[in-house]
Design a protein. Structure first.
Length: 196
């Protein structure tokens, strides 16, 4: 019996050992949403999939869905947001990946959210100053919450120009920095509503 192979870009959110040489992965994909998938023999030294399936990696993956769920059959790495990244940026990325675990329901496809997350993580890794790192993190979290339906309250109309899209240019970040405190209030209110 042959299975259909699904190919999609994905972000490796987390992973844990599964069986003797396998890993179970939590992936956030562009075309399938958040899914759990098993990679066979990926803990072996000779595994070709291992580099593309590190936590924090963005990769093009191939999957099949069988009786026991999703199984990874191929992966080509694009970028790893955690490797060779300074500790301050790693902390931001790890914190966001944990938040993503709680926010996104299983198999809810949202390609715009995937693009927001992908562009936001790239912006965090490219940030040159601590102020830019913090601003990009806040912008990433705010946009993600809005895309998931946790819109800012009407008392924050000044945030409107920043909550849609996935543009993290220097001009956008510079204009956003004076509003970062207001954004943090909106983020905290949203997280309180969803009990995080």
């Amino acid at each position: 019996m042959s299975y259909r192979v699904y190919e999609t870009p994905a972000l490796v959110v987390s992973r844990w050992p599964y069986g003797e040489a396998n890993f179970r992965h939590l992936l956030y994909t562009r075309d399938l949403g958040r899914i759990y998938a098993t990679a066979q023999s990926v803990r072996k030294v000779a595994s070709k999939l291992a580099p593309a399936l590190q936590v924090g990696s963005q990769s093009n993956i191939s999957l099949v869905c069988g009786k026991s769920g999703w199984r990874l059959v191929g992966a080509a790495p694009q970028q790893n947001f955690l490797l060779a990244t300074p500790i301050a940026k790693q902390a931001v990325i790890e914190r966001f990946l944990r938040l993503l675990t709680y926010l996104v329901p299983d198999q809810q496809v949202d390609q715009e959210l995937y693009e927001i997350v992908s562009a936001g993580l790239k912006a965090v890794t490219a940030s040159q100053s601590m102020q830019d790192i913090k601003a990009n993190e806040r912008l990433l979290v705010l946009r993600s919450l809005v895309q998931l339906g946790y819109a800012p309250s009407p008392e924050a109309p000044e945030l409107e120009p920043f909550i849609r899209g996935f543009n993290y240019t220097d001009e956008v970040v510079t204009a956003f920095i004076p509003l970062a405190g207001k954004a943090v209030q909106q983020i905290n209110e949203s997280l309180k509503t969803i009990q995080l």
